[in-house]
Write a protein that binds this ligand. Structure first.
Ligand code: T4K
Length: 372
């Protein structure tokens, strides 16, 4: 049986796009004004619209999430060592290396797959200046415990919130926790602007520093206050974001239905474990990770291959662990014995396809492949 329709592959994710004709008036406006980038009208509108939608005070748009992470570290002048998770996309740790900062990997919690707060304190040294956790798959970290540890040791907290668009925790948007949160609007994300990202911050002064840093450090025509970078989102991306925002709630509802269908139909399959549901108010259904456990008849990689042979391009997010890549593996914190939970999960995980246009029948046929 082939789960994909005809020869059309089913990817782990696929952006849902608005009808092309709806984008034309935005393009027309850009063409008419000839204002293409550098904090143009769409850029400004989009920043405000995102603040309103996400329930945050200040937000600075970026050309992608990685440059936003690099700039977030610069914003707070982070140096020395930063505690982070090995179970993430490689950009999380790369943003530290780009700033000459040493990542210190700490193991993850086996239930949430986020940085384990119980293990953070043991990794703090006199060089530690910050914690960079990831809301992995959009599941909120234990933000209160992490903040408490940070307060006790005088550390900053920068959340890699690349997966956490629209996610709520017990007291509102999860993006309001920590000193800064960084979003990604890459094509593969719940909410996309083709490429894009943002830093969320809490006060106007910090927002101003971020705006300077993403524009080469310019304050005015002749004044440069920091060795900034070019991280500005263009007008085309910002316009597309404004349009996408109109349908985001519908897209999230469709994801929710897919998540529920997977959970229900995978429930009886021995050896397949679904990550706990994040809860009604919290989730954005960004990913659908399963763990392929030893009592499943196939190995994780054999199931991954079987899916691929049937046109289902699932992904092993996040395998290999970041700490296994050559630029990290020699670090003491990358030692296997330090990261047993992350290592086990990385060996078992497969993220199944989830995106708004995935049909119920397609979900059923993916599950059927997994079931036999
Ligand atoms: N922090 C975290 C925790 C992250 O997950 C990421 C990015 C970042 C930071 C950095 O943010 P950005 O700088 O990217 O804004 C993808 C994405 O490229 C990456 O954004 C994402 N995380 C990561 C988890 O996934 P790949 O190498 O797996 O992408 P790729 O090209 O293989 O795409 C996956 C599937 O999506 C394809 O098989 C087909 C489908 N696809 C992809 C693209 C690009 C489409 O249907 N349309 C498309 O345009 O990294």
């Amino acid at each position: 049986m082939t789960a994909s329709r005809g020869d059309t592959p089913i990817y782990v994710t696929q952006p849902s796009l608005p009808p092309l004709e709806e984008f034309i008036p935005y393009l027309q406006q850009i063409w008419d004004s000839k204002w293409l980038t550098n904090s143009g009208p769409f850029h400004q509108q989009f920043e405000q619209a995102l603040c309103d939608y996400l329930g945050v005070k200040h937000l600075a748009l970026f050309t992608n999430g990685t440059l936003a992470l690099v700039t977030a570290l610069q914003t707070l002048r982070i140096t020395g060592e930063v505690i982070t998770t090995p179970y993430s996309f490689v950009a999380t740790a790369h943003s530290l290396l780009w700033n000459g900062i040493k990542p210190v990997f700490v193991d993850i919690d086996p239930i949430t797959l986020n940085l384990d707060p119980d293990r953070i304190e043991a990794a703090i040294t006199p060089q530690t200046t910050a914690i960079m956790p990831v809301h992995c798959y959009g599941h909120p970290c234990d933000v209160d415990r992490i903040q408490k540890i940070a307060d006790n040791y005088g550390l900053k907290v920068i959340y890699d919130a690349a997966h956490a668009f629209g996610v709520q925790c017990h007291d509102g948007s999860v993006l309001n926790h920590g000193d800064l949160s960084v979003l990604s609007f890459h094509a593969t994300k719940v909410f996309n602007t083709f490429e894009g990202g943002a830093i969320v911050c809490h006060d106007a002064k910090t927002k101003q520093r971020i705006d300077h840093l993403k524009n080469f450090g310019f304050v005015d025509e002749v004044t440069v206050v920091a060795p900034g970078i070019n991280g500005k989102m263009s007008e085309i991306n910002a316009a597309f974001g404004l349009l996408q925002l109109k349908s985001i709630d519908e897209a999230l509802q469709k994801r929710k239905a897919i998540d529920a269908r997977y959970r229900e139909s995978l429930a009886g399959i021995k050896g397949i474990h679904c990550l706990s549901a994040a809860g009604e108010k919290v989730a954005n259904y960004a990913y659908f990770p399963i763990l392929v456990q030893p009592d499943y008849p196939l190995s994780r990689d054999a199931l991954y291959q079987k899916l691929q042979d049937n046109g289902i391009y699932a992904r092993r997010y996040f395998y290999p662990l970041i700490s296994d890549f050559p630029m990290y593996r020699g670090m003491p914190s990358a030692a296997h014995a330090n990261l047993p939970v992350a290592r086990k999960v990385a060996e078992q995980v497969i993220c199944l396809p989830i995106y708004p246009d995935l049909s119920g029948e397609q979900v059923d046929s993916i599950v059927e492949l997994i079931a036999c």
